[in-house]
Design a protein around this ligand. Structure first.
Ligand code: CUA
Length: 346
């Protein structure tokens, strides 16, 4: 093959790969506050830049004056060093200037910040807005869609909002200690506090997966309390809600695994809608009704693959030491059956 042909082939291959990647949702894996992709994040970015510009000018002014003074009034080498420098006592103009200017700057910063804080925190949801309740647990996120009767975990689906019309309002609560909800490209941090509801909203502009994490130390696995916002086209979001509203699949091939699962303490913590009384309403661990529709396990610690699921069920403490799910000490045969059953939960 000639060099030209090889280059051409590479270009075609790269284009094909790009098309394939565009079909799946793009992943915003870099949690970058400098690339806001929703209104609240953008307002906060703009404030940060304004503060940075003002303090930058002050820094250059002060540091420049200090540098100039050090150079200009360095110790002279000649006889002049024995002369006393001019003594200046007070100057009304200068004192008024350095009092009034900082006050003006502080008022500008307070005014701009207050406006954005009000817009981000106090905005009340319009009737049509999607409402989502997020409950922080040690160390995962429970996600409820009260209007759709959906319960899921760690991955928050919402419609993307190209026209700025589809905002999602989040009610933030905690089941145990204080957590903090942070998806840097979509909004600032908001605490989840026991016995209290905080609110925030976001309107992701581009479909994609936005990565975030808990931003308040909440115990051993705080750093592994990861979350994803999956922003999709409104039609795709609708499809997702329809799938999530279904009861769990009752695969006749997985009856044995289902029986093992039901006989174990798993059902005390995990709800699987359609499984029966034992698991109904269990809320201590993530809802597993549509476990296989999620991308990750252990709140973002490992990707949701069959091998990882098996390792997780075998001993969660290996992937996430200190997490509140114990190893159930299953025999290899029981493990295979339970994992086979879990994999039917699409
Ligand atoms: Cu939850 Cu840190």
């Amino acid at each position: 093959m000639t060099r030209g042909r090889r280059v051409l082939l590479l270009v075609i291959l790269a284009a094909a790969l790009q098309t394939a990647a565009a079909a799946a949702l793009p992943e915003h894996r870099i949690t970058n506050i400098f690339q806001p992709l929703a209104t609240p994040a953008e307002s906060e970015y703009n404030i940060a830049m304004l503060v940075f510009a003002i303090t930058g000018v002050i820094f250059v002014g002060v540091a420049g004056l200090i540098a100039y003074t050090i150079w200009r009034f360095r110790q002279p080498s000649d006889a002049a060093q024995h002369q006393e420098p001019p003594q200046v006592y007070g100057s009304n103009q200068i004192e008024v200037a350095w009092t009034v200017l900082p006050i003006l700057i502080v008022f500008v910063l307070i005014g701009v910040s207050a406006r954005v804080i009000a817009a981000v925190e106090n905005a009340s949801p319009p009737q049509a807005a999607l409402k989502v309740t997020v409950i922080g647990h040690q160390w995962w996120w429970e996600v409820l869609y009260p209007d759709y009767n959906i319960v899921t975990a760690n991955e928050i689906h919402m419609p993307a909002s190209r026209n700025g019309k589809n905002a999602t309002y989040l009610q933030l609560q905690s089941a145990d200690v204080i957590h903090s909800f942070w998806v840097p490209q979509l909004s600032g941090k908001t605490d989840l506090i026991p016995n209290r509801s905080n609110f925030m909203w976001m309107d992701p502009r581009e479909p994609g997966v936005y990565v975030g994490n808990c931003a308040e130390y909440c115990g051993t696995q705080h750093a592994n309390m990861l979350l994803r916002v999956v922003a999709e086209d409104p039609a795709d979001f609708k499809r997702w809600t329809v799938e999530q509203q279904k009861r769990s699949v009752d695969d006749p091939g997985a009856t044995e695994g289902r029986a093992v699962f039901e006989s174990l303490a798993c059902v005390n913590c995990h709800n699987i809608t359609g499984l029966g009384k034992a698991s109904a309403g269990s809320k201590f661990g993530p809802d597993l009704t549509h476990l296989m529709s999620r991308q990750s396990l252990g709140s973002g610690v490992i990707t949701n693959t069959p091998a990882n699921l098996r390792a997780w069920v075998n001993d969660p403490q290996t992937s996430k030491p200190g997490c509140l799910m114990p190893s159930m000490r299953l025999t290899p045969d029981e493990l295979t059956k339970v994992v086979d059953y879990l994999e039917t939960l699409r």
